[in-house]
Design a protein around this ligand. Structure first.
Ligand code: NDP
Length: 248
């Protein structure tokens, strides 16, 4: 089991909320980074034991100084950091011919540059202890050409590349770096799309398991990786997409 707190970004909703709560359920202290600075929301009341393992901290992930302060605060609270989950992400559904450069760059800044920054800022804490697991949130869109997703697909492909480089550089510090690449997971990001008749049916019929994934499936995989701490597994992209990316 990884020692020290896990820093998770984008915990205000969706997959990030579930990751933070699942990690706390498994006994980890979790630094919950969000723009609003609140605890991850939950339908069911969280036990006192879980609540005391969650530290809410405030940062926009594109703000380097705020991110650095959050990581320092989490380290002080937990007495060490053992991991980072770069979950915060955005997309813009605009055809490339109409996508303005500022919007392209915003997606790259949140999804890719901030992932790099957070990795760099957490590295001194992990390398000091010669232990750690960084999980970057990619997407199976990294390997397909999705109309309207030029910036998003580029940003997630870059996250895969970044993951491989960091794994190569930091393996000697006993730090592993992984890219988790989900398929369609129902969240605010895509709820309308997945529930609209034709697009929803298209996703279901082209996914071997015949449904979108759940936030819990992603969170449980990530928690299991922190529990098992398999350092030899590094640099890889793990697709969690119900078989969507490997089937015709
Ligand atoms: P949501 O849109 O539901 O949530 C996105 C989260 O990112 C929110 O907590 C949001 O915070 C946070 N966020 C966005 N921008 C910033 C920022 N600048 N600073 C801090 N936090 C920010 O997305 P999902 O839960 O669906 O996605 C989570 C991750 O998983 C993303 O990286 C996404 O690309 C990836 N993913 C999702 C898939 C899916 O099907 N849902 C599939 C593949 C990958 P706020 O509330 O403040 O906006």
């Amino acid at each position: 089991m990884i020692q020290g707190a896990i820093v998770v970004t984008g915990t205000s909703r969706g997959i990030g909320t579930e990751i933070a709560i699942e990690l706390a359920r498994r006994g980890f202290k979790v630094g919950c980074v969000s723009r609003g600075g609140g605890l991850p929301p939950s339908d069911k009341p969280l036990s006192a034991e879980i609540l005391e393992r969650l530290l809410p901290v405030t940062a926009d992930v594109t703000d380097e100084a705020a991110l650095r302060d959050c990581i320092a605060k989490i380290n002080e609270w937990a007495g060490g950091i053992g991991g980072l989950v770069n979950n915060a992400g955005i997309h813009r559904d605009v055809r490339a011919s109409k996508l303005i450069t500022a919007d392209f760059e915003e997606v790259m800044r949140v999804n890719t540059t901030s992932t790099f920054t957070a990795c760099r800022e957490v590295y001194p804490y992990l390398s000091k202890n010669k232990s750690g697991l960084i999980i970057n949130m990619g997407s199976f869109f990294e390997k397909i050409g999705v109309k309207g997703y030029a910036a998003y697909c580029a940003s997630k492909a870059a996250v895969g590349a970044l993951t491989r480089v960091l794994a190569a550089e930091w393996g000697r510090d006993n730090i592993s770096v992984l890219n988790i690449a989900p398929g369609y997971i129902e969240t605010d990001m895509n709820r309308d799309y997945l529930n609209a008749g034709e697009s929803g049916e298209n996703v279901r019929s082209r996914t071997p398991v015949r449904r979108p994934g759940s936030v819990s499936e992603i969170a449980r995989l990530i928690a299991a990786l922190y529990v098992e701490d398999i350092v030899f597994l590094t640099g890889e992209t793990i697709y969690v997409d119900g078989g969507r990316g490997i089937s015709l």
